[in-house]
Write a protein that binds this ligand. Structure first.
Ligand SMILES: Cc1cc2nc3c(=O)[nH]c(=O)nc-3n(C[C@H](O)[C@H](O)[C@H](O)COP(=O)(O)OP(=O)(O)OC[C@H]3O[C@@H](n4cnc5c(N)ncnc54)[C@H](O)[C@@H]3O)c2cc1C
Length: 366
């Protein structure tokens, strides 16, 4: 029988978590393959803000300064604006702003320059244990191929197939945000990210942002807020009868409770999960680029540091995630407190939201 091609590490998914993990493994001399189901550059339903403390620091350290061509127009947001009923609060926070297809491709190119082999347009369909290795089934344009790897890093996002193979009994709840893209612009400052809370509650919410010659309306509550979106945005020139030029959506895996209770630990033996696959998206803002980058680094370091002992690699990775889990725990509490503050009225809620978003942006690990 033909020998299967064998890598030290197979990274599934070329988002921020996968690009960082692949680069780091390749930089440290491991034979690394990065497998992405879509043809690159690929877009992702995401606002593309490099938001929190972790994110920009890691990108610049691992990949260098983000080139101007990777950023959109405007390239840098001045901050966030919160609308709760008639109340408006501003949080000034300079934020690099991108289309994800450009940001992620910039990072993938960095991984390739470091020696990672990229296979895009290739979907991982399943993974089995294979005598201390992982055997991975790949689907490409109607053909099926197999590869072996000593380690697999599952950076394959919220609907992770690697998570499903590793923890088939884990019950995952999902939310399903929608993104609508409209031609033109609204009479709102382009360099602010606009968060609307029309029910005067922390959720449901929607946001509006401008990129180039389009504006986007995004959020998990788009369906239930259709009327409120029209009412909230009409004063800014939005025509509720207008049709988006593009509409898409994605999923968010809601795994915070499972992570914090220990019911779900995102690694087992020679398989480690990062970013959204591991449920590490942050509460409140639901920013996840930073935690994907950070967990990509931690997973790669665990693999590099314990290459000969997968069980130790997995447990050291889980241990290294603890400060991030503490951060998530703290933000979950703040998220609960927002519900109580909402009872005090629109003014106090607008202020509390502004403070809570600032907390996600400034919080240190642990
Ligand atoms: C509406 C919205 C707005 C957001 N805005 C922001 C924001 O402004 N800033 C921020 O920090 N976060 C934001 N987030 C969160 C952020 O998008 C994610 O947390 C982040 O993309 C997670 O990165 P990741 O590397 O874990 O996974 P992803 O970026 O999802 O990458 C996973 C990759 O794996 C690939 N893949 C999946 N399955 C397979 C398979 N079987 N085989 C091969 N490849 C596969 C996918 O195609 C994808 O390229 C937003 C999320 C949403 C929904």
């Amino acid at each position: 029988m033909k020998e299967l091609q064998t890598f030290d590490v197979l990274v599934v998914g070329a988002g921020p978590g996968g690009a960082t993990a692949a680069k780091r493994c390749a930089d440290r001399g491991l034979q690394t393959v990065l497998v992405e189901k879509k043809k690159l550059p690929r877009d992702k339903v995401c606002s593309g803000m490099v938001m929190g403390k972790w994110a920009l620091e890691i990108i610049e350290k691992e990949f260098g300064k983000i080139p101007r061509s990777v950023l959109t127009d405007p390239p840098l947001l001045a901050g966030h604006r919160f609308y709760v009923g008639p109340e408006i609060e501003d949080l000034e926070w300079p934020t690099p702003f991108s289309w994800r297809k450009d940001l992620d491709f910039f990072m993938v190119q960095g991984a390739v320059k470091s020696g990672a082999v990229l296979q895009d347009g290739v979907r991982v369909a399943r993974m089995d244990a294979d005598d201390g290795f992982c055997r991975i089934e790949l689907h490409k344009e109607g053909t099926i191929q197999h590869l072996r790897a000593r380690f697999v890093i599952g950076a394959d996002g919220a609907s992770s197939v690697i998570r499903r193979c590793l923890f088939p009994d884990l019950k995952v709840r999902f939310s399903g945000p929608i993104r609508e893209c409209y031609q033109g612009q609204l009479d709102l400052p382009r360099d602010f990210f606009h968060w609307f809370f029309p029910k005067k509650l922390p959720r449901p919410r929607f946001n509006v942002n401008h990129k180039g010659d389009v504006f986007l309306i995004e959020g998990s509550g788009l369906k239930e807020l259709r009327q409120e979106i029209g009412e909230s945005l009409s004063p800014y020139g939005f025509d509720p009868s207008s049709k988006p030029i593009r509409k898409d959506g994605c999923t968010i895996a809601l795994l915070h409770d499972d992570l914090l209770s220990g019911a779900f630990n995102p690694a087992n033996g020679n398989v480690l999960l990062t970013g959204d696959a591991a449920g590490l998206i942050l509460p409140i803002t639901f920013e996840g680029i930073g935690s994907a980058l950070k967990s990509g680094i931690l997973a790669a370091d665990a693999v590099v540091g314990h290459f000969d002992d997968p069980d130790v690699a997995a447990s050291s990775y889980i241990e290294s995630l603890k400060p991030m889990l503490k951060t998530i725990e703290k933000l979950c509490k703040t998220q609960e407190e927002l519900k109580t503050t909402a009872r005090l009225g629109a003014g106090p809620l607008a202020k509390a939201l502004c403070d809570a978003y600032r907390e996600t942006l400034t919080i240190q690990e642990g």
